[in-house]
Design a protein around this ligand. Structure first.
Ligand code: HGY
Ligand code: MN
Ligand code: MN
Length: 421
């Protein structure tokens, strides 16, 4: 089936990626590259949102913003009552990002619309392009937040009350930036959802393939651990009298690695991305340590067992040393989410019709698609990354060709989904 085979303007797509990457750009001294720092609902994110909305409107999309700050651009179809084919992603970034994570899916969706307009192509179903709020979760602590509220897994009240490290609420930031929109936050179930995203890993590059047909997303567990000990003089306090929160935190890091290396939890991945001690001074035994634990596992039962193991280990920390106490706070938790076979088939056929080699793979990273999958048949298109697919780093890079090919597949897939009954 080669009808509905369209290719987009790769140069225009690339330029939009580079233009958006300048919003919140900084010079990263470690890599010598231009990085992107566009944390959710900061002024930089708000500026990026306004730029994307201007591009949506220039492409003829009708734009609405909901009470979660999610943005939707809508292109009408010939059957206005039909449920839309939805695409999109996020434009909020981590603090040391590249130009592609999330942005490719949003700007790719807008490029598909521009191309349909230029070709005079109408679709039976409406098309919508979404920009979901706080996908990264690195400012307010819960990832895939906007899409989880849109899909009803998390409440608007929970999301609005989340605070960043300075105690600023997400609800307050929506109001401050003007993105506390009037539209209801619960998304009406679309006909289908397809998200185009960089792989952020090495699999496609190692296979020499540009396109991934994503089978699902592995489980994610985020928690914050706070260890209370006792501040003491570094010189005068004998070791046996210490309740050293810093030492306890280091033991957590080592234990997590031992869990992974044991192989007892399948393909568990464990990361302590945030670790801080207080008062954080050379000659004072740490009184408090705060760390975050990010666990990933494609197997939900193995993930649950890993969480139980960690909880048991934290109890031993208290037993081993009088004066130490440990508290935890759940930040985020999602199970493995499988994607829809039918949508994956449309993607694979589109890639094949474009003559693009492709392979199926599970996503190691979380994505908005895993939330929208609760509303409608959903799948993702991955685009190969270079340099072992490094991501969440200014070195993140996909070639103009790979980006254009990924959005060609997105365009063809959306066109076919939009024509479906
Ligand atoms: O953390 C993740 O997997 C995604 O980048 N939000
Ligand atoms: Mn992303
Ligand atoms: Mn990311």
């Amino acid at each position: 089936m080669t009808e509905h085979l369209i290719t987009v303007d790769g140069a225009r797509l690339w330029q939009s990626l580079m233009d958006l990457a300048e919003v919140g750009a900084y010079d990263d001294e470690r890599t010598g590259l231009r990085g992107v720092n566009r944390l959710a609902l900061t002024d930089a994110d708000a500026a990026g949102r306004r730029l994307v909305i201007s591009w949506m409107e220039r492409a003829g999309l009708t734009v609405r913003v909901d009470r979660m700050g999610n943005i939707y651009g809508r292109r009408e179809g010939t059957d206005p009552g039909a449920r839309p084919a939805l695409t999109g992603s996020h434009i909020d970034s981590v603090a040391t990002a590249g130009a592609f994570d999330g942005c490719l899916g949003v700007l790719g969706g807008i490029e598909v619309v521009r191309t349909l307009n230029e070709r005079g192509i109408t679709t039976r179903r409406p098309l919508e392009v979404a920009v979901f709020t706080e996908e990264e979760g690195v400012r307010f602590g819960t990832d895939m937040l906007g899409s989880a509220v849109a899909a009803g897994r998390l409440s608007l009240e929970y999301a609005h009350a989340l605070t960043d490290r300075h105690g600023v609420t997400l609800g307050g930031e929506l109001a401050r930036t003007g993105f506390d929109g009037p539209a209801g936050e619960r998304l009406d179930p679309p006909h289908a959802y397809v998200e185009c995203h960089i792989e952020q890993g090495p699999v496609l590059a190692q296979a020499g393939v540009e396109i991934g047909v994503v089978t699902g997303v592995q489980g994610i567990s985020w928690q914050e651990i706070t260890i209370h000990g006792r501040a003491a003089h570094a010189g005068t306090t004998p070791t046996e009298l210490r309740a050293d929160a810093g030492l306890a935190a280091a033991r957590v890091v080592v234990h997590l690695r031992a869990m992974v290396d044991s192989g007892a939890y399948g393909e568990l991945r464990a990361t302590v991305g945030h670790l801080a001690v207080h008062p954080d001074l050379t000659n004072i035994v740490p009184a408090r340590a705060e760390l975050t634990v990010d666990l990933r596992n494609p197997d939900d039962a193995q993930m649950a067992r890993a969480e139980e193991d960690l909880a048991a280990f934290l109890c031993t920390l208290e037993d081993d040393r009088p004066g130490l106490s440990v508290s935890t706070r759940r930040m985020a938790r999602t199970a493995h989410v499988p994607f829809d076979d039918g949508v994956r088939k449309v993607i694979a056929e589109a890639a094949g019709d474009h003559g693009l080699a492709h392979l199926s793979l599970l996503s190691g990273a979380g994505h908005d698609a895993q939330e929208i999958a609760a509303l409608c048949p959903t799948a993702m298109i991955f685009v190969r990354g270079e340099y072992d697919g490094i991501s969440h780093n200014p070195r993140e890079y996909s070639t103009p060709e790979a980006c254009a090919h990924g959005v060609d597949v997105l365009a063809t897939t959306l066109l076919r989904l939009a024509g479906q009954d």
